[in-house]
Design a protein around this ligand. Structure first.
Ligand SMILES: C[S@@+](CC[C@H](N)C(=O)[O-])C[C@H]1O[C@@H](n2cnc3c(N)ncnc32)[C@H](O)[C@@H]1O
Length: 387
């Protein structure tokens, strides 16, 4: 494996400099185009650019796969652009988690506020973690109760003051976010069949056995012993007569529900994981919110300075699973939206070559620090961020 190659600059310009048919996979986390945390890079429309995805198609080998994350509200526009660029849309993987919180406007409270009516406080409860950063007027993380002014560590429950607010009590404007879709697309084959394409170009297939989900005892564990179908796979996803585990599904979860044990598990990235390798970097505060008010003012605890202050760091285990799924042995993974470098870290830990592109200068030291850490890791299967 070679050290990752990182380019600082605009990805469309950089991609144009790359030879065609030169990478084996593209695994990337483009902007969701929601203006997250007030970041300009998250609202340029680049994820919807057919030109960008056409360049990705050009540099990818025939039959090579593209995996790209998106937001639940913007996935469709990105996916159409990917399709219009010439990719075949093969699947949609869902990354499902329980840790999101709703940004739902409390309609009852908004009505009272508009009427200038003061609501009576009828109870309170302590707030922890992300719950402390909720804005006035929004529902709580668990979706319960009506939003009210949050005074530091306490959430106050209030009663509707006007008849209209009483009528609309319990109504909001948004659901709790619990999934992020990942489009799985493929550059059309260069040969007549997948078999020919795999033999000629090394691309066109996905690594099923490399991504099998270990079976737990509660699901029978070990070999299930089946008669199997002609392709060697049993109807419930077990390989015939083997203990390799369950067939990888287009669903990934954070493990909050035991019933999901049959699917690949991945929690959100921990603080330790995000900052690994960055001990020498100065800690900085998280980016400001869209309204220009610093996170620090909202919640001093969750807005402690961080070495890795990138706002959208993906878990290493998730990215390892995804790069392994679509990259052939000794292959090269490209991430044109590198961010803090998680895809490249994953590629290093999975022994792939990798190329990253990132236009925001302040993330470059984070990328290099994390990559140095990854390159120094011994490949213990039970290491902290392994899967
Ligand atoms: C969603 S973040 C990726 C986060 C990454 N998955 C991680 O774990 O850190 C998207 C990144 O793409 C970068 N970006 C946006 N537009 C770009 C462009 N045209 N060229 C290069 N980088 C770009 C942004 O600066 C941002 O860091």
């Amino acid at each position: 494996m070679n050290e990752p190659i990182i380019f600082h600059g605009n990805n469309i310009d950089l991609l144009r400099e790359m030879p065609e048919n030169s990478v084996d996979s593209i695994v990337t986390d483009p902007p969701y185009e929601l203006g997250f945390m007030g970041k300009k890079w998250d609202s340029t429309g680049i994820a919807y650019s057919v030109e960008l995805w056409s360049e990705c198609l050009r540099v990818l080998k025939h039959g090579g796969h593209l995996l790209a994350f998106s937001g639940s509200r913007t996935y469709h526009r990105m996916t159409v652009a990917i399709e219009d660029a010439g990719f075949e849309i093969r699947d949609q993987i869902m990354w499902v988690y329980g840790s999101g919180f709703p940004k739902s406007l409390d309609v009852s409270k908004a009505i009272d506020k508009q009427a200038g009516a003061e609501r009576q406080v009828i109870g309170s409860r302590p707030l922890t973690g992300n719950g402390k950063t909720m804005k006035s007027g929004f529902h709580q993380p668990d979706g319960s109760g009506a939003g009210e002014t949050i005074k530091q560590d306490v959430f106050e429950f209030t009663a509707p003051a006007t008849d209209e607010a009483q009528q609309w009590s319990g109504w909001g404007t948004a659901l709790k976010p619990a999934h992020e879709p990942i489009v799985m697309a493929r550059k059309p084959l260069g040969e007549k069949t997948v078999a020919e394409n795999v033999l000629r170009h090394g691309t066109g297939a996905i690594n099923i056995d490399g991504c099998r989900v270990e079976a737990s005892d509660s699901f029978g564990g070990g070999a299930k012993g089946t008669s199997g179908f002609a392709d060697g796979y049993a109807h419930d996803g077990w390989v015939a007569g083997s203990s390799l585990g369950r067939f990888p599904a287009n669903f990934i979860h954070d493990g909050l529900n035991e019933e999901w044990a049959r699917f690949f598990y991945c929690a959100k990235a921990s603080k330790a994981e995000r900052n690994a390798g960055l001990e020498a970097l100065p800690a900085q505060f998280a980016p400001t919110m869209k309204n220009g008010i610093g996170m620090k003012e909202h919640d001093p605890e969750t807005a402690t300075p961080k070495q890795n202050f990138h706002p959208t760091v993906k878990p290493i285990a998730l990215m390892r699973y995804l790069v392994r799924m679509v990259t052939p042995p000794n292959g090269t993974v490209l991430d044109p939206f590198t961010g803090s470098g998680t895809t490249l870290v994953a590629a290093v830990l999975e022994n792939f070559n990798s190329i990253g592109m990132e236009m925001t200068a302040e993330y470059m030291p984070i990328i290099t620090g994390r990559l140095d850490w990854a390159l120094n890791q011994n490949q213990q299967p039970d290491s902290l961020f392994d899967i």
